[in-house]
Write a protein that binds this ligand. Structure first.
Ligand SMILES: [Zn+2]
Length: 97
């Protein structure tokens, strides 16, 4: 069994594993992108559409137009960063416990 460590934010240094209330924009961006990776690349999901929409709206409100959260999700694995993919695996791992 592979253990995925909590992802530590590159900007605020917090472990933003499941913290959806983070005020750090980078945490929110990675969280949204991780959920897109789970949905579009892995073809599964771990939160409801309603919860995802709220999370995405929260991220879009605080991130600049250049952030990928303002775009649409992609099914191409290489359009996600390593940090985002690690986060996706970490979230999935939590669901299995
Ligand atoms: Zn952060």
């Amino acid at each position: 069994m592979v253990l995925y460590r909590p992802v530590v934010c590159q900007q605020c240094s917090s472990e933003y594993c499941t913290n959806r209330n983070s005020r750090c924009p980078h945490c929110l961006e990675v969280l949204v992108m991780a959920h897109r990776y789970i949905y579009y690349v892995m073809n599964t999901n771990v939160i409801s559409d309603g919860d995802y929409d709220k999370l995405e709206a929260q991220a879009r409100a605080v991130l600049p137009d250049t952030s990928p959260v303002h775009g649409v999700g992609s099914s191409l694995a290489d359009s996600y960063t390593t940090e985002q993919v690690n986060k996706a695996y970490f979230i999935l791992n939590l669901q299995k416990e």
